[in-house]
Design a protein around this ligand. Sequence first.
Ligand code: AMP
Length: 197
Amino acid sequence: MRLIVLGPPGAGKGTQSARLMQKYGIPQLSTGDMLRAAVAAGTPVGREAKALMDAGSLVPDDVVLKIIADRIEQPDAVQGFILDGFPRTVNQAKALDALLKAKNMRLDGVIELKVDEAALLGRIQARAEDMIARGCAVRADDNPDAFKTRLDAYRAQTAPVSAYYAGEGRLKSVDGMAPVEAVAAAIDLVTSAFAMT
Ligand code: AMP
């Protein structure tokens, strides 16, 4: 199963992707997590990405495309994967199509979490408070200023990705405002339909 989970920051992509990872036994490939690991390790990619990420802006397409091209080659991704936070631009989506075609891999489908934007800042703030309560580090971009930039980037650059996949008949939208279990159930319905096509 090869899936993409789309949605604005705070929509619950990470939570739902982690559950799908358990269910299908395939890795969750989050470009945000991979970039944060590169920043923490101080690699050249991490040094290039850090300021952009802290501000809430997207890192260049070629940087994330290289990361994804390398990652989907890994043995644990042979049976499938869940892309979380990638593609974020139509250019990335087209490059992914080309990459998968070159590797004879098929994308099963794209799930979009639809959420009410007014609720998102509250969700991000709750995530920051939860991290503090658990003694974990808060993401540098989980603050109101960076969040606004992230939402702007989503509207301008990532919302067209949904339209791209919808135009090709590969997009299924799910109500991301429902309780986590209800969102999970809706996603399970959609993914079982993908599995039959
Ligand atoms: P996320 O954890 O998915 O919210 O991503 C955190 C940050 O990493 C984003 O705000 C961007 O700066 C960067 N990032 C993650 N994925 C991508 C991507 N596919 N394209 C460009 N930038 C990305």
